[in-house]
Write a protein that binds this ligand. Structure first.
Ligand code: ATP
Length: 491
């Protein structure tokens, strides 16, 4: 994790929010490369789930909603975490996560020496398990009490007159309250889904672990509405679609680079199921902090639509033409965090390799996610014709992709810099490309393309660059493209 945090800051991915004021522990800012990576994650998600699927549509609901929404959804009463306080140092912890952090222990068997013991383990000297505050190792903890995670705010110019409302803690409710609007305006038949990407806010008791748990984050959520009277392949439609969404979601994370061995499914036990859920399965990822939730896929039944119908007095039903009756759809909810997905993609892409006796740090991002697709590098920055050609290539390629020009170091170092931010391809312009007028030599009009992962290089005619990158960045394997061109030594 330390390597990721430091690389993220050094190379412009993620900065601590308000850092010059000492920072906040619970918010992070995405820098120039981080924002590209984040946009790419959201773009492929939107394309794969909203644009390409005939049964899906998009929505962008507001963050501030009518306060009754949160009464109806159960958030005012139930969106709580159990909190304990240390009576000594006053720090607060989530009671259900407290054994997931290392704990400080003053061991009586070693004259009170201080140890930091791994999460959940007993002291190897005296054998006791943690009962006191894990941070200071001294204070007793209060019994757990429920703490509501919603951020309160006021709507209107004068605080006292204004109505209390909340920053949304999930995007889902914006979809439920618009169910009928979408159904009527888009004339849909069940099953169909509505997807949304947007900010959510939770006043987490213990935010931390970089962008894993923050108080302001982004979600990519889908509410997929199914007819509970129908069966598909001999199973109730909601159960069939739940299974389909679990498989689809797993496949999606694998497609964009998460290793099979770092992904697993975890079913919620009956006693941890949310108040609305019939079944929930989490996709867990092996983060640097250990196996933790990456996304949840819940069967929310007809709970939300029924609640909103009850509180608003508006019918939120679907007319089943075949059976001639009104039904309240069941809902399958695949819900992923954008920031957590980004952390997983970053962690999975990160490699430290040894190349010719030197350490190379490389982010092996899927090309669709990589913040920069191509870097154009002049071999000699004093040669005006080389520099001009390199700029012209950048200008041309940047019509379609995010491309940078860099001449601030020697070529070896420039390659390493691009490896470190995960740029899949570099293009170098050299003397051979443009020739040497003084010596009467004409250029061959070819540039070198270097592949990040294999470090192989090929010579490609300038006029073929566009089509070659269309292939490579469109998913073609390097070997299948490289085979058609002249090979150069590795770079
Ligand atoms: P956790 O148990 O980790 O608190 P949750 O089960 O409350 O998470 P959900 O309500 O299912 O989370 O939210 C859906 C997704 O939103 C999560 O899988 C996660 O990716 C993301 N998410 C939730 N809370 C946060 C947070 N505080 N910071 C970043 N992402 C979050």
């Amino acid at each position: 994790m330390d390597a990721l945090v430091s690389l993220s800051k050094r190379r412009g991915f993620i900065f601590q929010s308000s850092e010059i004021y000492g920072g906040t522990g619970s918010c992070w800012d995405y820098g120039p490369l981080g924002v590209e990576l984040k946009q790419n994650i959201k773009r492929v998600w939107w394309r794969d789930y909203i644009q390409r699927r005939p049964d899906m549509m998009g929505l962008d609901a507001s963050i501030l909603m009518h306060p009754t929404v949160w009464k109806a959804s159960g958030h005012v009463d139930n969106f709580t975490d159990p909190m304990v306080d240390c009576l000594e140092c006053r720090r607060r912890f989530r009671a259900d996560k407290i054994d997931e952090t290392p704990w400080v222990h003053y061991c009586p068997a070693t004259k009170g020496n201080k140890f930091t013991i791994p999460p959940g383990e007993p002291c190897s000297h005296c054998g006791v398990t943690r009962t006191l505050c894990p941070e200071c190792g001294k204070g007793e903890l209060t019994p757990p009490r429920q703490f509501n995670l919603m951020f309160k705010t006021f709507m209107g110019p004068v605080e006292e007159d204004a109505s209390l409302t909340y920053l949304r803690p999930e995007t889902a409710q914006g979809i439920f309250v618009n169910f009928d609007n979408v159904l009527q305006s888009m004339r849909r038949k069940l099953p169909f889904g509505i997807g949304q990407i947007g900010k959510a806010f939770r006043n987490e008791i213990t935010p931390g672990n970089f962008i894993f748990r923050t108080r302001e984050f982004e979600q990519m959520e889908i509410e997929f509405f199914v007819n509970p009277l129908e069966t598909v392949e001999g199973r109730p439609a909601d159960e069939y679609w739940h299974e389909r969404w679990i498989e689809d979601s797993m496949a999606w994370f694998r497609r964009y680079g998460l290793g099979e061995e770092n992904l697993r499914l975890r079913e919620h036990e009956a006693d941890e199921l949310a108040h609305y859920a019939k079944r929930t399965a989490d996709i867990e990822y092996r983060f640097p902090i250990g196996w933790s939730e990456l996304m949840g896929i819940a069967n929310r039944t007809d709970f939300d639509l029924k609640q909103h119908a009850k509180f608003s007095g508006k019918a939120l039903t679907y007319f089943d033409e075949e059976r001639k009756e009104h039904v309240v759809p069941y809902v399958i909810e695949p819900s992923a965090g954008v920031d957590r997905a980004l952390l997983a993609f970053l962690a999975d892409a990160y490699r430290e390799e040894e190349v010719r006796g030197e350490k190379r740090v490389v982010l092996r991002f899927h090309p669709e996610l990589a913040p920069l697709k191509v870097a154009v590098l002049p071999l000699l920055k004093k040669r005006e014709d080389i520099v001009r050609t390199a700029h012209a290539i950048r200008d041309e390629l940047s019509k379609d992709w995010s491309v940078v020009y860099d001449d601030t170091a020697a070529i070896g170092r420039l390659y390493r810099r691009q490896d470190e931010v995960g740029t899949p391809y570099c293009v170098t312009v050299d003397v051979q490309t443009v020739g040497d007028q003084a010596k009467g030599e004409v250029g061959d009009g070819k540039v070198t393309i270097r592949d990040r992962d294999s470090m192989e290089q090929i010579r490609v005619p300038l006029e073929a660059l566009g089509s070659v990158f269309r292939e490579l960045l469109g998913g073609a394997a390097w070997a299948s493209v490289a085979g058609r061109f002249e090979r150069k030594g590795d770079g």
